[in-house]
Structures are given as C-alpha cells and as structure tokens.
Design a protein around this ligand. Structure first.
Ligand SMILES: [Zn+2]
Length: 317
C-alpha cells in the first residue's frame, strides 16, 4: 500500500508544500510567499494551516500521514530538528522547528538542509532512482552538495557534510564567504561566471555575447552564456569549457574519495547542458582513478523545482 507524507521546501521567496506518496508522486500542492510574513511565528502558523488543508484535500487524516519533512536553506541539527539560521530569511536563529510544528500538528517532523533533501529526492525518485551511492551537487549563486552512502544521507559529525562548493580548488585563491579561500564556489558560482564573461567582453574577446546583451554588461548572466553557447558562440563555449574543467577537477577528487555510482548535477547553471557537461565528464575521466572514473555516471538532475518537496517527503519513505 502506498504511504503519504508532507514535503516542504522552505525558500527565501516561496515556501512550497506538497502531499507526496511513497512512489514520489505529488498528489496535492500549495505555495506561500515567504516574504508575506513579517515574523517566523506567523509563517509557521500559515504553514500549519496549509498542511491541514492538504491533508483534508486528499481525504486523509493526520493519522494517515507518515510525517512532515522540511528542507531549509541553512545549517540544521538534524537529530534535534533545530535550525541554526536561514540564508535570506530573517528571525530564524536557533529555531526548534521540529518541536514547534509537532506541537501544532501532532505529526512527526524531520528537518534537513535543502541540498541534502534535493540529493535524497533525486536518488530515490529522480535521475538517480535506485542508486545506493551517489553525490548530488547544485550549481547556482552558491554551490551545494549532498552525499548518499548505502542509500542514506551522509550528514557528518555536525550535520554539515556535502559542502562541495567549499572544497578547495586552489591552494592560494580568492577569499570565500565561508571563511576559507580558493573554494570551488568562488570559481564556478553565478557571480564568477558572469564576471569572467564581462572581462572577456571588455577585452573584446566575446563580440557575440556583447551583441546579445546590446552592450549592457549588467545583464550578463549564466543564462545568457548558456544561450550564447547553444547558438555556437565561441567565447561562451570556451567559458563553459573552463567552468566545466574546474567542476570536473573537484568531482574527480570526490570520485577517488567516495567511488559513487553517479554524480547528479542540478541548479540553474546545470541548464547550460552539454556545453557544460562535456568538459565535466571529460575532466572526470581524465583526472580520476581509472576504475572508479570509468564507472561513475554524470547526470543532470530531473526533478527540477519539485526536488525539494519530493525529497523532504522522502525522509519518511
Ligand atoms: Zn568557501
């Protein structure tokens, strides 16, 4: 018999909620605008209301729900369901989220970091369906990651494992806001991709991209670079070669360390598609040890914007 759980993706702009079954299918969904709530408690009350409505819509009772999983953009203590703080959402410092919601709803609650949740969703129900050992990375403004070992999330000693974006790429490199320097994120994050393309335009090396943005450098984004690469623009393709090479370098270290069956890449930058994936795969094959390097599959994430909700519910399946 299929089971049901609630999956919540709490984001800086929207909080997305869904009733998900144990096959990973979303049966009912709803959405709140996170920024409409001026306090943490009013947002929590609205979330509780939406959960009750979802359960009712499905013709179920709280007793039929396995639990409520929540993915949040920040560090958490998974065992206690405690949120240390959220990126871009104010007033959540040291919030006992599990306790607060269980008190309101009398349903078990689990809280985890949003990238861990996405990794779990992709491995159970997305690109990695059935994988026992996988690493998931997300490429965007930040670069995050989640590690699945023997079918379960690996969280580490203080629940921060999987920070692929803060693996050192250079021994002496650019300062990073994690406190380190030379981190992968500083060389493949959204801002860096845009700034490298702007430098190429200023140096007269990217006339095609310059024409696409009508000379307005402030509108250069990774999406523009992707669009240009798809049209065959040489400067854009060359930039993805560089970015893919850096990502592949870090991933080859991960392949040697963890020997995963697959690495799943998601997030906005992954939409660059083959111009990015080609150099990533090539670099991983070239730099990692022969047997694990040949075995590992490098795939694009499949669940898109639903990964957070599906993955959060998957904490209970
Ligand atoms: Zn860093």
């Amino acid at each position: 018999m299929t089971k049901n759980a609630i999956g919540i993706d709490l984001g800086g702009t929207y909080t997305k909620l869904a009733l998900v079954d144990s096959k990973g299918k979303i049966k009912h969904r709803s959405r709140l605008s996170t920024t409409d709530y001026d306090s943490r408690d009013s947002l929590l009350e609205a979330i509780a209301c939406e959960i009750r409505a979802l359960i009712q819509k499905a013709g179920l009772t709280p007793g039929n729900i396995e639990g409520i999983g929540i993915g949040v953009p920040g560090l958490v203590d998974f065992n206690r369901g405690l949120v240390y703080g959220l990126t871009n959402v104010r007033g959540w410092k040291n919030t006992p989220l599990k306790l607060l919601l269980e008190r309101k709803l009398k349903i078990p609650v689990l809280v985890d970091n949003d990238v861990n949740i996405m990794a779990l969703g992709e491995c159970k129900f997305g690109a990695g369906r059935g994988a026992r050992n996988a690493v998931c990375i997300t490429l965007g403004t930040g670069v995050g990651g989640g590690i699945i070992i023997d079918g379960s999330l690996y969280r580490g000693a203080t629940f921060s494992a999987g920070e692929v974006g803060h693996m050192p790429l250079k021994e002496d490199g650019l300062a990073c806001n994690c406190g380190g320097y030379g981190c992968l994120e500083r060389y493949v994050g959204n801002r860096h991709i845009a700034s490298e393309m702007k430098s190429a335009i200023r140096a007269g090396r990217a006339p095609g991209v310059k024409a696409m943005v009508k000379g307005d450098l402030s509108s250069v984004t990774p999406e523009i670079v992707s669009k240009a690469a798809r049209k065959g623009d040489k400067a854009a393709i060359a930039l993805w070669e560089k970015i893919g090479g850096r990502i592949g370098t870090t991933l080859s270290g991960i392949v040697n360390l963890l020997n995963p069956e697959m690495i799943i890449i998601g997030g906005g930058v992954a939409d660059a598609g083959e111009p990015l994936f080609r150099p990533v795969r090539r670099t991983v094959k070239r730099r990692s040890m022969r047997i694990p390097g040949r075995a590992v599959k490098i795939l694009k994430a499949k669940l898109g914007n639903d990964a957070g909700m599906i993955g959060a519910a998957a904490l209970f399946f």
